[in-house]
Design a protein around this ligand. Structure first.
Ligand SMILES: [Zn+2]
Length: 277
């Protein structure tokens, strides 16, 4: 079975070209900084039927997200510090996990990412001229030099390494105390995914692996990573760490696991599926 991540916004379908005007029945997601508006009450939701531009003058930007069935969804960014409409509060995307349905969580993550795309591509990266939004695809266009800019995605590998009945877990210095995770790293230009796995494992724990197989993938907006998960078998070598990227690493049995990442992450999905095997 292929892993289906909680942050895959597959519930939205993009339809281009964009309509001339925003449909009156559009659904809105409010974004402010890296936070998303969410209602309180028994069934919190990130969606509002109200165009925020009608409620506040502080809308900084509006971006089309995609269609949920026949309904168009848009994200609107309001200026930091602006009061939200009554009953709404601002939440980080991770903090929405478990509070709203997983589909909405994924759309919230997408909204933050697409708003950031708009915010950071106002000017052409090649000639510095003002860009404009294309209506035919999700991209910005520079009419001075014809450069097209797409949303940025940074592919990263993450790999669960197994050795008999043990799994390799490691601690990054950025992790909270006690938390252990899997070996991960960005894919470099010119590399394929298997090479990125071999290099990442070699760099972080100085062992070699074999039998690399695909597990699943996950868009991960923190900040614009795209995680591609693998399972691999230990081949040779002794774990050695550099005390910079990794501060501790070791082999762990199923009944002796340390604290592991949140169920939101593909890291946790990889570990959970290993525990169940
Ligand atoms: Zn340009």
């Amino acid at each position: 079975m292929i892993h289906r991540g909680k942050l895959s916004a597959g519930a939205l379908v993009s339809r281009f070209p964009l309509p001339d005007a925003i449909p009156r029945d559009a659904q809105w997601v409010l974004v402010s900084g890296n936070g998303v508006g969410v209602t309180g009450g028994d069934k919190p939701t990130i969606f509002s039927g109200c165009n925020p531009a009608e409620a506040t003058s502080s809308v900084l930007r509006v971006q089309y997200l995609g269609h949920r069935d026949t309904v168009a969804c848009y994200a609107a960014e309001i200026a930091p510090g602006t009061p939200l409409p009554g009953g709404w509060q601002l939440s980080g995307v991770r903090e929405l996990f478990g509070r709203v349905p997983d589909q909405e969580l994924a759309i919230a993550a997408l909204a933050v990412q697409i708003i950031d795309f708009d915010r950071t591509t106002q000017f052409c990266g090649r000639c510095g001229a003002k860009t404009r939004q294309l209506r035919t695809e999700r991209a910005k266009f520079c009419s001075d030099c014809n450069l097209i800019t797409y949303p940025r995605l940074s592919p990263s590998i993450i790999v669960l390494i197994q050795k008999e009945d043990q799994v390799l877990l490691a601690r990054s210095p950025h992790f909270p105390p006690q938390l252990h995770g899997l070996i991960a790293g960005f894919v470099e230009p010119g590399e394929n995914l298997e090479e990125a796995v071999h290099r990442g494992v070699q760099e972080e724990v100085e062992i070699t692996v074999k039998n690399i197989r695909y597990f699943g993938s996950e868009p991960w907006l923190f900040p614009h990573s795209f995680m591609i998960g693998f399972i691999a078998d230990y081949a040779a070598g002794e774990i050695t760490i550099d005390n910079k990227e990794i501060v501790s690493a070791g082999w762990f049995c199923r009944d002796n696991l340390p604290q592991i990442p949140s169920p939101l992450s593909i890291s946790r999905a990889l570990i959970d599926s290993w525990v169940e095997r």
